[in-house]
Design a protein around this ligand. Sequence first.
Ligand code: ASP
Ligand code: MG
Length: 445
Amino acid sequence: MKVLKFGGTSVGSVASIKNVKTICCSGPEKKLLVLSAMSGVTNQLVSITESIKSGDVAGVAKVIDVLETKHFEVTEKLIQDGLLQYETKQEISAILAELETITKLEYNEEGYSRVVTAGERMLTCIFSKYLKSCGVENHLLDARDFMQVNNLENPDTDLVNENFKIKVSGLSDTDIYITQGFVRRDENNKISTLKRGGSDYTATILGAALNAEEVQIWTDIDGFHNNDPRYVEHTHPIAELSFEEAAELAYFGAKILHPQTVSPVIHKNIPVYLKNTFTPHLPGTRISGQSTGKGLKAISAKDGITAIKIKSNRMLMAHGFLRKIFEVFDRHQTAIDMITTSEIAISLTIDDNRNLDKIIEEIEDYGEIIVERDHSIICLVGEAVIEDKKASRIFELLHDTSIRMISYGGSNNNISLLVGTSNKINVLQKLHQKVFVETPVGEFV
Ligand code: ASP
Ligand code: MG
């Protein structure tokens, strides 16, 4: 069994959904397809939840109308068979009608999750019926019946395996199963999500649960690039990455993969392929347990970082001081990404500002606090990157670029720089020139 996940723009239009069909119908092996919502749909569903909160009933109805038109149009273009087309529209209408009832009930977290995961339900319904209308047998499985993920950080894949077996037992034999990404049941058996972008995670949880041969994540870019192609020219896809390298890149901003994606498949050593739906013949990136050679592989950047400096005139590094500071962040469930210290100051960064005010209020007792928003972490990733001499060229940037913090040696596989977001593109381009153009990839000095 292979698990194939398609999301966003690769299921964003009639033409791309047809590509997905071609990919699914090639090769003899059994496949489980994980689909996310059509591009833009989850954002529209989130806007519905916002309208509900602000009591904007007309706003809710308007977006539901837009969603119906969008999904009906795709259905009409993809499914020629009259009966199948009619059934598909009925199901879409039922899903949207359910949204309307949720909006009228008391709004809670489960209500939110039901609303925002409706895009996956509509698209899987369309795709399953579309394959049927082309004579391709398949079973559509409701992920809410088996994606029991009580602990988001550490999913119990054996439990998902058992649930899945029960779900498919008694069904006729088929080569294609289809299910929804993003949705899960939580520890209270309530409908919840795997967080935004979580369909990749659905795919690897299922890959591990079913001991799949491999997991394929299909997007609109041909794998992880060695730098962000939106800002830097002449980037290229990286053929092979280790699980650790991929996890670092995903966490530090490479939008192509949800940060938690690789964790479920690591201990089962199931490879993950990143492929492009629009150029399926290209190899993309293979992520696996094998070492892929030492040295710098890629640069990526993560925005939305807040830097906090705590300056004290008392003995800052006195015994117990850091513990007290960290305890404040811990109490407010806010992870710290980067840290640097000096005798009288400590600077650290967070990417989750939700509890910032409360944190500041508590640490204010320890000294003068300076908060700077709108920063980005730029990181250089690769196995043993800190031993790679060309990575040392980052220090040349200090001549003419303002770098707020550098973290070197915290992990062997990552060097991080903190810069103002307005400066990010400039630093990405300069770094690219220095480490990839002037010192070519593969040259481990
Ligand atoms: N549709 C969901 C989202 O937009 C899940 C996903 O795309 O992976 O966040
Ligand atoms: Mg996605």
